[in-house]
Design a protein around this ligand. Structure first.
Ligand SMILES: [Zn+2]
Length: 273
């Protein structure tokens, strides 16, 4: 027996199916990841319009049968299209990285309302950002870790709680215990096998991002290109330590190329103009 269900959803993936249909995977507020068949979606007269574009935030109605791999989408109303994500490369790559990460983390049919709200809030923040949209992605990664129960803390020793990195010399490498989710001061011993060497500058940057109350506050922070890459690499490693089987994001490479280009080609040299 199938039931008719209504839920908010974000489009994660869309592919053609048969002559006129699509298979669209959503991250939904009530049912986690949900794959649906959308009949007639590729007809020119389709009623679905831009609501099936990647990253769109919709209100959907599905005929749902428990245990079935593909549910049937019956209605899809666009709540937010996040136009900015499709008009700016850095915004698009941040948004794409967000939906890629949630597709890898989210389970089918598993409700996680805080995770859903985090996704829509972060997409909206990237859409509206006037600068540094990619920083919203770092904030999103730290928040995901918090929601999934392995929130890192960057400002104090994970063993004794002493404030860091103020007590360490600025350039000295600091051991970061990935399992415990925090740096370890020189007097303490990290768990064997799960340690990365970081420095004070990286810890301070990560601490700033993790303390930012809203995604917009992360976008307001300034990091140079090298630091952006280090933050991204660190958070990728951190998430992969805690989420079994998580692979590196495909969007990682695109992301760093785009950021690199932003950094090196702007502003235009007046000599060339
Ligand atoms: Zn300590």
């Amino acid at each position: 027996m199938s039931t008719i269900e209504k839920t908010e959803a974000v489009v994660l993936r869309s592919m053609p199916y048969r002559e006129t249909s699509k298979i669209v995977t959503f991250y939904t507020r009530r049912f986690g990841r949900l794959s649906t068949i959308v009949k007639g979606a590729r007809r020119r007269t389709s009623k679905f319009g831009s609501s099936l574009e990647l990253m769109a935030h919709d209100l959907i109605v599905v005929y749902r049968k428990e245990g079935r791999e593909l549910q049937t989408l019956s209605e899809c109303d666009l709540l937010h299209s996040y136009r900015g994500l499709h008009e700016d490369l850095e915004k698009m790559s941040a948004g794409m990285a967000m939906i890629e990460l949630i597709s890898l983390l989210a389970r089918e049919e598993e409700e996680n309302a805080p995770l859903f709200s985090l996704l829509t809030d972060s997409l909206a923040a990237v859409d509206g950002a006037t600068k540094n949209p990619s920083h919203v992605f770092y904030w999103y990664e730290v928040r995901i870790a918090k929601i999934l129960g392995f929130q890192p803390a960057f400002g104090h020793c994970a063993v004794c709680g002493r404030s860091l990195p103020e007590n360490e010399a600025a350039d000295d490498p600091i051991r970061f215990d990935l399992g415990r989710g925090g740096p370890v001061c020189r007097s303490c011993t990290p768990e064997p096998g799960h340690t990365l060497l970081v420095d004070g500058a990286l810890l301070r940057a990560l601490d700033g991002v993790s303390r930012a109350p809203a995604p917009q506050d992360a976008a307001a922070m300034e990091f140079d290109q090298g630091m952006r890459e280090r933050i991204r690499e660190f958070m990728g490693t951190y998430l992969r330590t805690h989420v079994h089987g998580l692979r590196p994001l495909k969007s990682d490479k695109v992301f760093s190329r785009i950021l690199d280009r932003t950094e090196t080609t702007l502003p235009h040299s007046p000599a060339l103009g």
